[in-house]
Design a protein. Structure first.
Length: 367
């Protein structure tokens, strides 16, 4: 049997009755947009993260876009972020005519290097957008302190990959001015389509996000601001609710699967040059991906492919080296992002990944 890169089928089989029951309930009441499950999900997610407000939206990308719109980001404003991330992070900045300002990453976590942020701040800086890559948050206390010191700059955590992670005991998505996550199917908590959520404890920002996601509507057909069609549909909310009941178990399992990978690799004799990504002592990663740094990546990936083992590269080219975003970049301004993009490789990873399959993966990797 082929090992899947992300095993959504086993997850579905484990919770199939709950999924079907939740979907059937939506089909029965017929409220497919902003139905009762949407409000129920928002309340559950508020409770889970500890955030005062949760605004469900149509995708993680829309979560970021709506957040920037709520902050009043305008053309020419600068947003500090990392180039080593999925394109949505920079895409939403550019869509608003703002300017992504790139800060390089830490070599051992691949997260934005907080110590380099302050030197990137200018009078045009209107937000800082760190990304919690691979399921682990960056140093949010240091980032928030820098933002506070420099005029209370809003901080938006791009937590698309880190819902369920913790930083000093606090949940990702509730660590800054705004937190944004994604429920894309491959995420630690995913639906069966697109979905996302915005978290904030700021009442004014929550009100703005609520209105922007419904075309800027304050009351029915009364518009208070420019908005988008960014609502999460009720069936997707119902699916996430069904998955939430199993989520704590899945987070624990992700720790176990990652630990086992580490142990299998370290206990095997091999001559492959492998570096492990660090998880800081004060943080818990949800391992959206299990990622290694390797030399001769193309050879290793080809070897895995020939053995029927899938792998993935997150991400092969930093955003500031790609055509739409080169205009915002200086020459060689993020050398670590460039270097690490040539070394990262992610192995199959799911809470339901068996010990036997992990052993096969490592055997083929090291063969």
């Amino acid at each position: 049997m082929k090992i899947p890169f992300i095993d959504l089928k086993s997850q579905y089989k484990a919770i199939e009755p709950k999924i079907r029951s939740r979907i059937d309930a939506v089909l029965e009441h017929g409220q497919y947009i902003m139905g009762p499950e949407v409000k129920e999900l928002e309340e559950r997610l508020q409770e889970y993260t500890g955030s005062k407000h949760c605004i469900s939206v149509s995708s993680g990308t829309d979560a970021l876009l709506i957040s920037l719109m709520a902050l009043g980001i305008k053309p020419g404003d600068e947003i500090i972020t990392t180039p080593f991330t999925f394109v949505s992070t920079a895409e939403v900045i550019a869509l608003l005519g703002a300017v992504p300002v790139w800060v390089d990453i830490e070599p051992d976590t691949c997260n934005i290097d907080a110590s380099k942020i302050e030197s990137a701040i200018t009078s045009k800086t209107k937000a800082i957008m760190p990304v919690s890559l691979y399921g682990q948050t960056p140093d949010m206390d240091e980032i928030n302190a820098i933002a506070s010191k420099n005029g209370n700059i809003p901080v938006i955590e791009d937590a698309a990959q880190s819902f369920g992670a913790t930083y000093k005991g606090k949940k990702s998505c509730n660590l800054s001015t705004i937190g944004c996550t994604s429920f894309f199917p491959a995420k630690p908590l995913g639906c069966y389509g697109d979905g996302g959520a915005i978290f904030t404890s700021n009442d004014e920002l929550a009100k703005a996000c609520n209105e922007i996601r419904i075309h800027g509507q304050g009351e029915r057909y009364i518009y208070t601001r420019v908005g988008v069609g960014g609502r999460m549909d009720t069936i997707q909310a119902a699916i996430v609710l069904a998955k939430l009941d199993r989520f704590d178990w899945e987070v624990d399992r992700r720790q176990e699967v990652a630990k086992r990978y580490n142990e299998l690799l370290k206990s095997s004799s091999h001559n492959i040059d492998i570096e492990y990504l660090a998880v800081r002592p004060n943080r818990k990663s949800v391992y959206a991906q299990y990622t290694l740094l390797v030399k001769d990546r193309d050879i290793i990936q080809s070897k895995l492919e020939n053995a029927g083992i899938p792998s993935a590269i997150y991400y092969p080219i930093p955003l500031n080296e790609q055509d739409p975003y080169k205009v915002y970049c200086c020459d060689n301004c993020t050398p670590l992002s460039h270097k690490i993009s040539k070394q990262v490789i992610s192995l199959p990873f799911s809470p339901d990944l068996s010990v036997g399959d992990q052993k096969i993966i490592i055997e083929k990797l090291l063969k």
